[in-house]
Design a protein around this ligand. Structure first.
Ligand code: GTP
Ligand code: SPV
Ligand code: MN
Length: 592
C-alpha cells in the first residue's frame, strides 16, 4: 500500500525499531486480505474453523485462561497531573509510564508480524468521525478490528496528510499478568497495551480510544463519548424515536438494542444503531445527535438464545468469531443459556477440556463473546451510516440491582437525570476480572471508561444540558430485581419494549405516571402490565419506593461524592438534598 502520510510512516518506523518485528504488514481492509488473515490465524493455531454448514465463515478462539476479561487494575490514565485523571482512574505520570512501557515493548514483537491496522471510528466523511491506527502483533486482534470498525484504506483516505490520529500500540508480549499495562495518554492521543490479547484490553479502538481517549476529547471539544447503545423505536404509524442508553458491562445493552417486540406489540419495531458506544453532539437545532463509532458487536455469549435475543442469533449465524465458548465434536458452539442437546458426549469447555453437564464447571466462560458485523443484524438501522447521526429523544441509565431500584424512574429535569446517572450503582459482572455480584458505584456506566476526572465529567454533562434547547428526557431502569427465591421478577428481554414505549410516550407528554420522591414511575396500566402474569406483590417490588432504603442510599452518596472534593459540581449535592427532602415529606400519590 503506497502510504504517504509522513506522520503515520514515522510512527510505524519508530515503533518497528523498538519492537523489532520479523515483518511489518500494512492492512488495507479488503475481503481478500481478510481471508488471508483468517488462514494465517488458523495455521498459527489462534483460530479453529467451525462447522462450515452450521456456522459458515465462523471460527473459535481460546484466549489464555488468565486473560479472559478487562483488567481494570492494570488500566491507567496517564495525564500530566493526577488530579486530571481523578479518583476514578489509576494514574502513572506519563514519563514514568513511557519509560516502563518502552522497556516492555523493546523487542516484544521479535519473530512475529507487526500488523498496521488503520481504522475509522464513525461514518465516512462525518464530522463525528476519528481515525486511529493500531500496531499489533496479534492476528486475532487484527481480525477483530476488521469486524469491529471501518478498517483499512477508508481510514487512511479520511486521514489524508493529517497527523490527527490516535496511536494505538499493542503487543501480546508474554501475556504476563504481573506486567500487564493498558495505558492511556490523552494529551498525546496515544494508547499502549501490553501482555493481554483480550477484548477491551487489546482491541484498542473500543474502550481505550472510543471511550477513554474520546471522552477526554469530548470534554475539550464540547461533545460526549458514552458507554451507550443507540436504538430506534418505530411506532405503528411509522414514526421512529431514538433512545441512547448506558448500562454497565454485561447488564443488557446488546439485548435491548435489537429487541424483538412480542407479538402483542404489533406495528412496533426496534432498529439497532449500536450496542456499546455512542458519540453524541449537539445539532444546529439544539437536539442531541448520536452516532455509533463502531461497525460490529463484541457481545456476551452466555444467555444469548432464540428466546432471549433472536436477532442476535441470526446475526451470528455466519462470519463470526467466537471467543472462549464451548465446542461439540461436530465443531458447533455451545454456551450456557442455549438448550442442552440430547448428547453432550465429546463436548469441550472454553479451555478445550472435556466437559459434562453437572461437572461443576461452566462450559463457556461467563465472559465468552462473539465478534460479528453490525450489517448482519436483521434489524440494523440504515441510519447507522448517517454522518449527522440520529436525534435522541430519551436517555436511559440502567443498573443491575437485586434490591431497592425500581423498574424505571423518569427524572424531573436534565439536572436530576444527571444526578440519577452520577449516582448509578450496579452489581459487578464477569466482564471485568474480580469478584462478581458486588455493588459498586458506576456513574453513567462509565466508571472504568471515563478518561478524566469524573467530577469534571459530571460538570460536562450539566453544561451539555444548558446548551441543549430540546434536551432528551433522562430515565433510569433496572431489569434485575429479585424475589425472595432469588428469581428475576421482571420478565425482561422482549418485554422491555413496555418500558421503552412508556419512555417514548412520556417524551410526547403521554403515558400515565405517579410522582414519587425518586422520580415519575409508570402505573401498571401504562405498561399494559395486566397482560403479564405478575402478582400484586411482584408489581410492588418493581414499582414502589422503599423510603427508608432510599434515605439510607442517599446518605451513603456523601461518601462517594466526598472523593471528588471541591471539584464536585454543587448541583449534584443540591439534588441529593432535594431527594432527602422529598423522602421526608408525607407521601401524596399524584398524577402528573
Ligand atoms: P457489554 O458488552 O459487556 O457492555 O454488555 P451489555 O450491556 O451489552 O450486556 P448484554 O446485552 O450482552 O447482556 C448481558 C447479560 O445480561 C446476558 O447474559 C443477557 O442474557 C442478560 N440480560 C440482558 N437483558 C436482560 C433482561 O432484560 N433481563 C435479564 N434477566 N437478563 C438480561
Ligand atoms: C465491556 O466490558 O463493557 C465490553 C467488552 O463491552 S470489552 O470490549 O472487553 O470492554
Ligand atoms: Mn461494553
Amino acid at each position: 500500500m503506497g502510504v504517504e502520510n509522513s506522520a503515520v510512516l514515522a510512527w510505524v518506523n519508530k515503533t518497528a525499531q523498538l519492537t523489532k518485528p520479523e515483518r511489518v504488514v500494512w492492512l488495507n481492509g479488503s475481503e481478500e486480505e481478510y481471508r488471508q488473515l483468517l488462514a494465517e490465524a488458523v495455521k498459527g493455531g489462534q483460530l479453529i474453523p467451525l462447522n462450515s454448514e452450521r456456522h459458515p465463515g465462523c471460527y473459535l478462539h481460546r484466549s489464555h485462561p488468565n486473560d479472559v476479561a478487562r483488567t481494570e487494575q492494570c488500566t491507567y490514565v496517564c495525564t500530566s497531573g493526577k488530579e486530571e485523571a481523578g479518583p476514578n482512574n489509576n494514574w502513572i505520570a506519563p514519563d514514568e509510564a513511557y519509560s516502563t512501557l518502552n522497556k516492555l515493548f523493546d523487542g516484544a514483537m521479535r519473530g512475529r508480524a507487526m500488523y498496521v491496522v488503520p481504522f475509522l471510528m464513525g461514518p465516512k466523511g462525518s464530522a463525528f468521525s476519528r481515525v486511529g491506527i493500531q500496531l499489533t502483533d496479534s492476528v486475532y486482534v487484527a481480525i477483530n478490528i476488521k469486524i469491529m470498525t471501518r478498517m483499512g484504506a477508508v481510514a487512511l483516505e479520511q486521514l489524508g496528510n493529517s497527523a490527527d490520529f490516535v496511536k494505538c500500540l499493542h503487543s501480546l508480549g508474554t501475556l504476563d499478568p504481573q506486567h500487564r499495562y493498558i495505558c492511556h495518554f490523552p494529551q498525546d492521543q496515544t494508547v499502549y497495551s501490553v501482555n493481554s490479547g483480550y477484548g477491551g484490553n487489546a482491541l484498542l479502538s473500543k474502550k481505550c480510544f472510543a471511550l477513554r481517549i474520546a471522552s477526554w476529547l469530548g470534554n475539550r471539544e464540547g461533545w460526549l463519548a458514552e458507554h451507550m447503545f443507540i436504538l430506534g423505536i418505530e411506532d405503528p404509524k411509522g414514526k421512529v424515536s431514538y433512545v441512547a442508553g448506558a448500562l454497565p458491562s454485561a447488564c443488557g445493552k446488546t439485548n435491548l438494542a435489537m429487541l424483538q417486540p412480542p407479538a402483542k406489540y404489533k406495528g412496533y419495531r426496534v432498529w439497532c444503531i449500536g450496542d456499546d458506544i455512542a458519540w453524541l453532539r449537539i445539532g444546529a437545532d439544539g437536539r442531541l445527535y448520536a452516532i455509533n463509532p463502531e461497525a460490529g458487536f463484541f457481545g456476551v455469549a452466555p444467555g444469548t438464545s432464540m428466546k432471549t435475543n433472536p436477532n442476535m442469533m441470526r446475526t451470528i449465524a455466519k462470519n463470526t468469531l467466537f471467543t472462549n465458548v464451548a465446542m461439540a465434536p461436530d465443531k458447533t458452539v455451545w454456551w450456557e443459556g442455549l438448550d442442552l442437546p440430547a448428547s453432550t458426549d465429546g463436548f469441550v469447555d472454553w479451555q478445550g477440556k472435556v466437559w459434562q453437564p453437572g461437572n461443576g464447571q461452566k462450559a463457556a466462560h461467563p465472559n465468552s463473546r462473539f465478534t460479528t458485523p453490525i450489517t448482519q443484524c436483521p434489524v440494523y438501522s440504515p441510519h447507522w451510516e448517517d454522518p449527522q447521526g440520529v436525534p435522541i429523544s430519551a436517555i436511559l441509565f440502567g443498573c443491575r440491582r437485586s434490591t431497592l431500584v425500581p423498574l424505571v424512574q423518569e427524572s424531573f429535569s436534565w439536572q436530576h437525570g444527571v444526578y440519577l446517572g452520577a449516582t448509578l450503582a450496579s452489581e459487578t459482572t464477569a466482564a471485568a476480572t474480580g469478584a462478581t455480584g458486588v455493588i459498586r458505584r458506576d456513574p453513567m456506566a462509565m466508571l472504568p471508561f471515563c478518561g478524566y476526572n469524573m467530577a469534571d465529567y459530571f460538570n460536562h454533562w450539566l453544561k451539555m444540558g444548558q446548551r441543549l434547547t430540546r434536551p432528551p428526557k433522562i430515565f433510569r431502569v433496572n431489569w434485575f430485581r429479585l424475589d425472595e427465591q432469588g428469581k428475576f421478577v421482571w420478565p425482561g428481554f422482549s418485554e422491555n419494549i413496555r418500558v421503552l414505549k412508556w419512555m417514548i410516550d412520556r417524551c410526547q407528554n403521554q403515558g400515565d405516571a405517579v410522582k414519587t420522591p425518586v422520580g415519575y414511575l409508570p402505573t401498571v396500566d401504562a405498561l399494559e402490565g395486566k397482560e403479564l402474569s405478575l402478582s400484586e406483590k411482584e408489581w410492588k417490588i418493581l414499582l414502589s419506593v422503599d423510603r427508608p432504603g432510599w434515605v439510607d442510599a442517599a446518605q451513603k452518596q456523601s461518601e462517594f461524592f466526598g472523593k471528588f472534593g471541591e471539584r464536585l459540581p454543587p448541583q449534584l449535592v443540591d439534588e441529593q438534598r432535594a431527594l432527602l427532602e422529598r423522602l421526608n415529606e408525607k407521601p401524596v400519590p399524584a398524577r402528573s
